[in-house]
Design a protein around this ligand. Structure first.
Ligand code: PLP
Length: 419
């Protein structure tokens, strides 16, 4: 059985109808699955001061942000653009945590003016915040000395990363804060993206608590995101053990509150876990060919629509749909590639796919809701596809139109050419 069938992803709709209505490619999101993921994270702890933050960078579509807000989430923004989008989606400024790195004074001013909580990612950024806003109440992002993630590019704790203030500098943080009249009201961390076993996460959490102990003014502790999802469901990959994670989290919260004799606020900030699995990227097979004894399925899913395989060698399960008829049972190995003029443009390498895949079939890249559209580009002047929401009723709604050719040249300034 297909993964999408097992979760009723299309709510009874035919993907061919979705593509004929909204065009190919198209990002399709299932609202029910999005809400399920939100609830799993929301119920990790029943403690009143537990606040799940959604990391908006994984998918910043306003409709998804509104749904996530309606599930009781606050939100993390990594740029002023994301602050703007989160405000537009209806989040209160006080629900926004601006966790940036290497921000300019103007960017901090924007975030402070709006009323977002801000995080300083280095001693020099803390100084800068103190200069522009003496007396500010801020959080500091620490590097707990451990990292985890699906590849070097996304491990953000430990020795080999640009992120955070080192634990040894906690005293200097306190000195800077005293000098500028600032109050350190939070400590936060994010050790990396995509762990399936939360061992390192809690190692990092405990290291962060050691740091928090040094700041009597701390009211908020944010353990970060990075919660993994099983990208290889077709080969039986299991989900993360959320029950164990929840138990650990409750224990950590309870112990720390007891030790300090007061009730702190605790946050987690998953992006991918919330948005990945509710999204499928649908595309069309435009060509089938062989080269060097290898089969290539040529589709309209370039790395401008899903860059994770090209950028990180990431795996996305792929499904193929044939109009009106069943695919034959035999399978063969093929590369599934896109339409971008670079050899690194692929969605899946050496993937077992049904025989007789033909022009006109649909290729669906699963788990594309996180870092799919968010990392899409207009390279090769490819229009970014539309985003479509499938409601629990099976009704579809357009939640972002695709780019037009006009959109893609709209910011070019028409200058007289002198000669
Ligand atoms: C990217 C990011 C996250 C979310 O990471 P996921 O792997 O999508 O959960 C959380 N916090 C910060 C600071 C980030 O930069």
């Amino acid at each position: 059985m297909k993964v999408t069938e097992s979760v009723n992803f299309y709510q009874g709709l035919d993907p061919f109808d979705i593509i004929s209505e909204y065009g190919s490619p198209a990002y399709v999101y299932n609202e029910r699955i999005l809400r399920e993921r939100c609830r799993e994270i929301k119920t990790l702890s029943s403690y009143a001061g537990y606040i799940p933050n959604y990391s908006a960078k994984s998918n910043g579509n306003l409709t998804l942000l509104k749904i996530i807000k309606s599930e009781g989430f606050c939100v993390d923004a990594v740029s002023c653009g994301e602050i703007f989008a989160c405000l537009a989606a209806g989040f209160d400024a006080s629900d926004i945590f601006y966790i940036t790195n290497n921000a300019s004074a103007d960017e901090f001013r924007y975030a402070l003016d709006k009323g977002a909580l801000i995080s300083a990612d280095s001693l020099s950024q803390l100084e800068l915040i103190g200069e522009i806003s003496p007396g500010a109440k801020v959080s500091v992002r620490f590097n707990p000395g451990v990292g985890d993630g699906h590849g070097e590019k996304v491990i953000t704790g430990g020795k080999k990363t640009k992120f955070g203030v080192n634990a040894e500098d906690a005293k200097t943080v306190a000195d800077i804060a005293r000098k500028r009249g600032m109050e350190i009201i939070g400590v936060n961390q994010h050790i990396g993206s995509l762990f399936m076993d939360a061992g390192k996460y809690f190692e990092g959490a405990n290291a962060l608590l050691d740091i928090a102990r040094q700041f009597p003014s701390v009211k908020m502790i944010d353990f970060g995101g990075g919660f993994g999802i099983p990208y290889k469901k077709q080969s039986g990959e299991q989900r993360m053990d959320l029950e164990a994670l929840s138990e650990n989290l409750e224990k950590v919260i309870w112990k720390f509150n007891t030790e300090l004799g007061r009730q702190l606020q605790f946050r987690v900030e998953p992006g991918r876990y919330i948005s990945a699995e509710c999204g499928v990227l649908l595309g069309t097979v435009n060509a089938v060919k062989e080269n060097g004894g290898k089969k290539y399925i040529g589709s309209d899913l370039g790395f401008t629509t899903l860059i994770r395989p090209t950028l990180y060698d990431s795996h996305h399960d792929v499904e193929i749909y044939k109009k009106g008829s069943e695919l034959s049972s035999g399978s063969e190995l093929a590369h599934i590639v896109g339409n971008i003029c670079e050899s690194g443009d692929y969605i899946a390498k050496d993937r077992e796919i049904p025989r007789r895949v033909a022009v006109g079939d649909i290729v669906a890249a699963l788990d594309a809701g996180a870092y799919g559209y968010a990392m899409a580009s207009n390279y090769n002047l490819r229009a970014r596809p539309a985003e479509v929401l499938v409601r629990p009723s099976g009704e579809t709604v357009l939640i972002r139109r695709g780019d037009t050719f006009e959109d893609m040249i709209a910011n070019c300034v028409n200058v007289d050419i002198l000669r």
